[in-house]
Design a protein around this ligand. Structure first.
Ligand code: PLP
Length: 357
């Protein structure tokens, strides 16, 4: 089956098979990774290798810390203002969809939020241009969501912020293509799309942004706590961290992020071409804002939605129902979705359209 879920999402089959082989006895240790102390030498080697591989895959500069946390990307919505406001009173937020909105609502509990741009009027179907961003030079940071998982809207550029730290929720786009980490103050992502199983949250943060948390910031919410303890201040999500390490190895075998980008672009191009080929289907998203990872599309006759989903499921194409707030369909085509999965979806779409159209 090809699973088009937005997350938790497909993992590479090779990774699942390897985890299965190692499940009962990791590397002759006589233990499953799940049973290991996070402070034992076996697990420490697994954790260090995962970080090393992620640094290599993303070309993370040495002046950035990589943290392996819990609490999901959603916890970051509060941790960001608590850690990064310093002596500033406001932060800039770009509002491009449901996840930006959640980040904004949480930040407002701690800091004055300036909305630098807001695409809600158009139903969150486009990306604001650089010229449209109303950025404040006195903001503590600028926050944005490079890829909105629900709306399927992805920035085709990295905002220029004139020295103000740029913070990105990359939950649904991280590892899909190369990015220049040095352009960001901090990148964060929940694991359950392109990284590994749920339960792990990755934070990549520039050194100079550590150590400025507000006095009331809880210890577990303070990035310095985790940076100073190699993400082992308390028990980390050991198994998810291990699985993420297997995914990073797999990405290296696929030619790194250049390799991922090549396949991801091809998959997305094929799917959008199928949507655009006929009036039977439609994409709500402006062409320059179309996501490579989450592809929402509608049927001109929404009355056929249920039949479409049923026919797709019969061919092993599952979890295509759009988010309840958007309707229609959504195909999430993360790194682990093979190109054959997209080919099978495209073939089904063509067949369904010619039968019903
Ligand atoms: N941000 C984005 C862009 C997401 O897609 C999601 C989850 O789908 C989240 C944040 C929330 O992540 P979590 O469930 O890890 O808190």
């Amino acid at each position: 089956k090809f699973n088009f879920s937005a997350g938790p999402a497909m993992l590479p089959t090779a990774v699942i098979e390897r985890a299965q082989q190692e499940m009962l006895d990791w590397n002759d240790s006589g233990m499953s990774v799940m049973e290991m102390s996070h402070r034992g030498k076996e697990y420490m080697s697994i954790a260090a290798k995962a970080e090393k591989d992620l640094r290599e895959v993303m070309a993370i500069p040495d002046n950035y810390k990589v943290l392996f946390l819990q609490g999901g990307a959603s916890s970051q919505f509060a941790m960001i203002p608590l850690n990064l406001m310093g002596d500033k009173t406001s932060a800039d937020y770009i509002n491009t969809g449901m996840w930006s909105k959640k980040a904004i609502a949480e930040a407002k509990r701690y800091i004055t939020v300036n909305i630098a741009a807001d695409t809600s009027e158009g139903g969150f179907t486009s990306v604001p241009t650089q010229a449209e961003l109303k950025l404040n030079s006195d903001a503590a940071y600028v926050h944005y969501t490079p890829n909105e998982t629900i709306g399927g809207v992805e920035f085709d550029y990295i905002p220029e912020t004139n020295g103000v730290p740029l913070i990105a929720d990359m939950s649904s786009t991280i590892l899909s293509r190369p990015i220049d980490v040095s352009k960001f103050g901090m990148i964060y992502a929940g694991a359950q799309k392109n990284i590994g199983p749920a339960g792990l949250t990755i934070v990549i943060i520039r050194d100079d942004l550590l150590g400025t948390a507000s006095a009331s910031c809880p210890t577990m919410f303070n990035y310095s706590t985790h940076a100073e303890n190699d993400s082992m201040y308390n028990t980390p999500a050991t198994y998810s961290w291990y699985m993420a390490g297997l995914v990073f190895e797999w990405i290296k075998e696929q030619g790194g992020l250049e390799g991922m980008a090549e396949v991801n672009k091809r998959k997305a191009d094929k799917l959008y071409a199928a949507i655009d080929a006929t009036d039977f289907y439609g994409s709500p998203v402006a062409i320059n804002g179309r996501s490579w990872m989450n592809v929402p599309f509608t049927l001109a006759d929404a009355g056929l939605d249920a039949e479409f989903l049923k026919g797709a499921a019969e061919r092993g194409l599952v979890t295509l129902k759009g988010h309840r707030s958007v309707g229609g369909m959504r195909a999430s085509i993360y790194n682990a979705m093979p190109e054959e999965g997209v080919d099978a979806l495209v073939a089904f779409m063509q067949e369904f359209a010619s039968k019903q159209g």
